[in-house]
Design a protein around this ligand. Structure first.
Ligand code: NAD
Length: 140
């Protein structure tokens, strides 16, 4: 896979880091699938993104049209399967808990196509440990 093959991004966790990661990819033109444990958490992440983009506009860092264009590229879901099944590149940004991250990666390994790269925004965990229960050690 080359960089050009990456079109669909999935972000797992719509909290402080996840909403910002989703925003950056969508602002850059990627299709982004944003997941959290509930629709309320997904919606909260989308609201934060809308607020951030509004600040961009107020500071002439983006045009007004870019708010809706960027939000239009972000597809939220509380279903991991929905966000993972088409993803070329996944970034996990759930809370800093190794067993939880391992379980998320185990599920993503079953949901995502074989080509999909699984990445983590972890602060301090070893990527090899996070991906220990997947069958794609070369794509972690
Ligand atoms: N906050 C920072 O400054 C910072 C900086 C670098 C790295 N990180 C790392 O980024 C990751 C996320 O941190 P954060 O600050 O965004 O945390 P956060 O608590 O703001 O967000 C975490 C989100 O993960 C969601 N979540 C929990 N379990 C989930 C699951 N099973 N599936 C999907 N979503 C789930 C929560 O509902 C929450 O919205 C952590 O690993 C953290 O160590 C954080």
């Amino acid at each position: 896979m080359t960089l050009d093959d990456i079109q669909q991004i999935a972000v797992i966790g719509a909290g402080l880091m996840g909403h910002g990661i989703a925003q950056e990819f969508a602002f850059a033109g990627y299709q982004v699938h944003l997941h959290d444990v509930s629709q309320a958490q997904v919606d909260a992440g989308m609201e934060r993104i809308r607020d951030n983009l509004q600040v961009f506009v107020e500071n002439d860092l983006a045009g007004p049209d870019q708010i809706d264009e960027t939000l239009g590229r972000i597809h939220g879901s509380d279903q991991l399967e929905t966000v993972g099944r088409e993803a070329d590149f996944v970034i996990e940004a759930v809370i800093e808990n190794l067993p939880l991250k391992q379980e998320v990666f185990r599920q993503l390994d079953q949901i995502c196509p074989p080509r999909t790269i699984l990445a983590s925004n972890t602060t301090a965990q070893m990527p090899s440990q996070i991906g220990a229960f997947t069958q794609r050690q070369d794509k972690i």
